[in-house]
Design a protein around this ligand. Structure first.
Ligand SMILES: Nc1ncnc2c1ncn2[C@@H]1O[C@H](COP(=O)(O)OP(=O)(O)OP(=O)(O)O)[C@@H](O)[C@H]1O
Length: 274
């Protein structure tokens, strides 16, 4: 940082660590109040499930919500909501596809002729698709959840640089919740000047259907220790729930009645009340 730093990056050419990212504007006809990134250290921990359930919870709280599926090579948001493409557009803009309850969705699977075809694109092309979802899709939402690809690679970096992310939710599971993985996500968010709203531990436990006992399928949870270490709140401990898996597989995530993420949704909602 220059000694003469005024903290106004727009009038300064210095490329220092403290430079705030220069975000791109969304489409001129978009209305997006808050952008929430949903991240994880590795794949398969339930990041897409969390993004989808958060959007559903925000709808239930009376907000308009959308999900931007930035997981270009492993898109699963349309499947969870049971929506299909093709998304419509006029050459100048693209309309998101609306779910049963009005959650707005954009995903590469809604634009490809064959949603089963693998996306074999190089990093910059993938990052370009995510930018398009921000700049060319006309969103009308209070909260836009961005389902990020796992890890801290090219696409998360593009998202943080392009979109004005208001906060991130870090999703983890007990066996991967070692300090290092959460530590990487925390540091990335800090480098990008993005506040962390808290941690969601998914697949925390399973409930025995006969006696109701909680079984720690993936070992003991360390989420409280980790949260303590990084001074972050634990927003939810979500169990492995066969009913949830069933609704998700059937594209009926909006019909799932569980309230596992209600506390997390309340935390997100506070961003608009500030
Ligand atoms: N709490 C849960 N109970 C039951 N099934 C779950 C739960 N969370 C996730 N699943 C299931 O686990 C699988 C992986 O979840 P999901 O696709 O959300 O993970 P992900 O972290 O987004 O993975 P990737 O990074 O590979 O896209 C899905 O089939 C999902 O339906």
């Amino acid at each position: 940082m220059s000694e003469a730093c005024t903290h106004d990056c727009s009038s300064c050419k210095s490329n220092c660590d403290h430079r705030a990212p220069q975000h791109e504007p969304p489409h001129a006809r978009s209305r997006i109040q808050k952008v929430i990134g949903v991240v994880s250290g590795k794949g398969g921990v339930g990041k897409s499930m969390t993004s989808a359930m958060l959007a559903v919870s925000m709808r239930r709280l009376g907000f308009k919500a959308g999900v931007l599926d930035a997981d270009i090579t492993g898109p699963s948001i349309p499947r969870l909501f049971g929506v299909k493409g093709p998304a419509t557009g006029d050459g100048e803009s693209i309309n998101p596809v609306s779910s049963r309850t009005g959650v707005e969705i954009m995903s590469i699977n809604l634009l490809l002729d064959d949603p089963e075809a693998p996306v074999v694109w190089r990093g910059p092309v993938i990052a370009g698709a995510v930018k398009q979802f921000w700049q060319e899709v006309v969103w009308d939402v209070d909260f836009l959840f961005v389902d990020m690809p796992p890890g801290t690679g090219d696409v998360p970096l593009t998202v943080f640089q392009t979109l004005p992310v208001d906060g991130i939710v870090i999703v983890s599971s007990p066996q991967e919740l070692v300090g290092m993985i959460v530590g990487k996500a925390v540091q990335m968010a800090q480098m990008m000047h993005v506040p962390i709203l808290g941690l969601v531990e998914n697949m925390s436990y399973a409930v025995c259907p006969d006696c109701g006992k909680h079984i720690n399928v993936f070992g003991d949870s360390h989420v409280d220790e980790i949260a303590d270490k990084y001074k972050l709140p634990v927003l939810a401990k979500m169990p492995i729930d066969p009913e949830l898996a069933k609704e998700a597989d059937a594209g009926m995530i909006e019909m799932f009645a569980g309230d596992y993420l209600d506390n997390a949704a309340q935390t997100v909602a506070k961003l608009l009340k500030k």
